[in-house]
Design a protein around this ligand. Sequence first.
Ligand SMILES: Cc1ncc(COP(=O)(O)O)c(C=O)c1O
Length: 331
Amino acid sequence: MLEAIRNAKLGDDVFREDPTVNRLEKMAAQKMGKESALLVTSGTQGNLVSILTHTKRGDEVILEADSHTYNFETGGLSAIGGILAKPTRGRMGVLDPRDVEKAISPKGIHYAETTLVCIENTHNLAGGIVVSPHQIEAIWKVAKKHGLMVHMDGARIFNAAIALNVDAKDLTRHVDSVMFCLSKGLSCPIGSIVAGSQEFIEKARKWRKMLGGGMRQAGIVAAPGIIALEKMVDRLRDDHRNARVLAEKLAKTEGISVNLETVQTNIVIFDVSDLGVTSAEFVQKLSEHGVKSLPREETTIRMVTHRGIEREDIEYTMEAIDKVVNSIRKH
Ligand SMILES: Cc1ncc(COP(=O)(O)O)c(C=O)c1O
């Protein structure tokens, strides 16, 4: 990737003159089965640009209650877009089309107009859960029956595609727009992509500019993105295998519980409540062994496997976890 950055042909992307950006956007659109695509700085910017493009001030957007956009994107849709979020509880992060239908506000003078549904795939907080083409189509059908647009926060869409053994296009066929990240599992230092129709991307480009995402020689961001799409997708399988090994070992550790049903991709969430410690305390102790993890809720911890984490690292992590568990038990 560094070599690709060094050799990238550059131009001014605000004037659409950066050949490397243009090439990445074309590749990304093809991979997503959409007419057009746009390079954005981050997943957060990509989701916001997409939501702003689909809606107008005062509209309402249906989002899964634990979705990243609702919980962790600083409320950008309401702060910047004047949009009302309608958080709707899914099952393990997946919205039930019947609940989507119920969440649509009636037409009438008292109500915000519901115009968009967002689907997160894979679902981060639920533990990297995949949403299948069938589930997406069912949500799409309800949305279209009521004239709503559908956006997918596909930050980890390729993880979903690999886990389901389908093409990414099978996951985007029934959405109007999709955002995916070049960073995270695809290993780029920066960048995300928004894809959709030509008309959608034209409008999105202007929102991106307004949000400060119009970059000049952005080919230095796009060059590793091309490598990501060419070389980093298939290896996500290794991350999934490593996550599974880790989760199964964790499940056998006394004091730790894992819902193995949720371990479908590269995220493992486990609970340490039986050890009588908080997640923050556990994470701190583990970090003393050089293992990084993230406290989620009071007693749950999130671990992610990615490029550079090999099977030996999983073994090392398990040894470190055993040491931490034993030291907690002793006290
Ligand atoms: C599902 C999901 N969507 C969006 C984002 C936001 O991406 P970024 O951190 O690039 O803004 C994340 C980040 O973790 C995510 O997990």
